[in-house]
Each structure stands twice: as C-alpha cells, then as structure tokens.
Design a protein around this ligand. Structure first.
Ligand code: ATP
Length: 236
C-alpha cells in the first residue's frame, strides 16, 4: 500500500499499482432514456461480483449519439423511482453540472480527484459501448484513471477494432481480484446475465401505444406520468 504523499507525486500509471483500502467505486454511465431492467440487473450483478459501490452516471449531452427523448428532469425522476427501496445502486448527477458534452475522461478525472489515488475506480461498459470506445475523446487515457469492466450484452458483434484489440492485449486480466488490488489500468470481462433489453425497444413500444411491462421496473408503470415523454414524444 502506498503512502498518500508518495502517491500524490506519482504518475497515474504508477498509481495503478497502489493497493486500495476501500471497496471499488464502479460507474455505469448512460443516457438512461429510460432506465430498464437490463441496466439495473447488470449493475446489480457487477456490484455483487466486484463488491463495489455502483453509481449510475446520468449523461447530459452524450457526444456519441442523438439527444435523449426525455428531458434530464424526466430521466432523473425515472431513475429515482427505479432505484427506490435498495441501497447498492446510487445516482450520480455530476455530469449534469457541466456544460458541453459529457466526456467520460473529464468525469473520471473529476472522480479520481475526489476519491484520491488509493481507491479502485471502475468504468462499467456494456459490450456494445466497449466496442465503440475508440470513438471516445482521449479514450486511451481512461486506463490511467480507471479499470474497464465489460458487461455481457446480447446481440453485440464480437469483432473489435485493431486499436482496441491492442489495448485489450495490454490490459486484460482474467481475475476480478486484480480490480480490488490495483486502482486502475485493467480490462476485465464480467459475465452477467445476458438480457436483450434496450431503451430503444422500450421507447418504440411506448410510442406505439404498448406497455413495456417486465422490461423495466413495475414501479415505473404504476405512475403513468413518469413515462409520458415517450408516449407523447416525437423522438427516435
Ligand atoms: P439506447 O437503446 O437508447 O441506445 P441503451 O439501452 O443502450 O439505450 P444506455 O443508457 O445507452 O442504454 O446504456 C448505458 C450503458 O448500459 C452502456 O454501457 C450499455 O452498454 C449498458 N447497457 C444497456 N443495456 C444493457 C443490457 N441489456 N445489458 C448489458 N449492458 C447494457
């Protein structure tokens, strides 16, 4: 275990070998437009498998995709309702406080500064999001700040680009334990229950006048106004 003073002066790469004393902090970013059982179940399984605190990080203006259909306020209300009654998954609204695109690198820099150098930080990515990583702003620097844990997602084409494959070869580990004993820099594939649920599918069902029951938490259907943005909205 490194001492705090030495760690402050160390480079990010050196920090990745400091043993963490706390539970890992894992972030699952998304537009959550709306949040569904795919997100919730894989986040839950990651929390248990990695013994991590999981924060669902709501993206404001995602740089890689069209604008969300529901407003930030509506998506926050849906998230709050969906997470009620449990203690393992938390909402993180930090990206809403920034203007401009929500770059993950900026978020990780901010979170790393907050938690300090000695705690393991994990970016959770569904397999589809992971495959798109080379399109992200300063993506290769993410490994200096956090581990990346890739979550099973059905229907994702397996082929990764050459650059990403190079990073996988350099960073992949085959045991989750490393994620708790180093603070950053590993890639780990965590097998979770494959759930072929997407927000796109749910928006489509609502737009067509169907009820997406059993694809998202029942509580979201108990209050019809929560999902009105999708019933009445003209988004994709
Ligand atoms: P959309 O259909 O609008 O693109 P989405 O269902 O993919 O939305 P996002 O909010 O874009 O949801 O996803 C946030 C994160 O959760 C991403 O890393 C994504 O890969 C992951 N994720 C979403 N749904 C699942 C699922 N069913 N299984 C595993 N990971 C998922």
């Amino acid at each position: 275990r490194g001492d705090g003073t030495a760690a402050r002066g160390a480079t990010a790469r050196q920090l990745s070998f400091v043993v963490s004393a706390q539970r890992p902090l894992a972030l699952l970013g998304g537009t959550f437009d709306p949040i569904h059982l795919g997100h919730l179940r894989v986040a839950w399984e990651a929390a248990e498998a990695l013994d991590a605190d999981v924060h669902l990080l709501l993206a404001h203006e995602p740089p890689h995709r069209p604008a969300p259909v529901a407003s930030v306020e509506q998506r926050v209300a849906i998230l709050r309702a969906a997470l009620a009654g449990q203690q393992r998954l938390h909402i993180d609204l930090r990206e809403l406080r920034r203007t401009g695109p929500s770059y993950s690198i900026d978020t990780l820099i901010e979170v790393r500064a907050e938690i300090g150098p000695q705690r393991s930080l994990i970016l959770l990515l569904g397999a589809d999001a992971f495959a798109g990583l080379p399109g992200w702003h300063r993506w290769q620097e993410l490994f200096d700040l956090a581990h990346i844990v890739v979550l099973t997602r059905p229907g994702v084409a397996a082929a990764l680009g050459a650059e990403l494959q190079t990073q996988v070869l350099a960073h992949e580990v085959d045991t989750a334990q490393i994620l708790a004993t180093r603070t950053a820099g590993a890639i780990f594939h965590l097998p979770v229950t494959p759930l072929d649920i997407s927000a796109t599918q749910i928006r489509q069902l609502l737009r067509d006048g169907h009820e997406p029951r059993y694809l998202l938490p029942d509580v979201l259907l108990a209050d019809p106004s929560l999902l009105d943005a999708y019933r009445l909205g003209a988004g994709n």
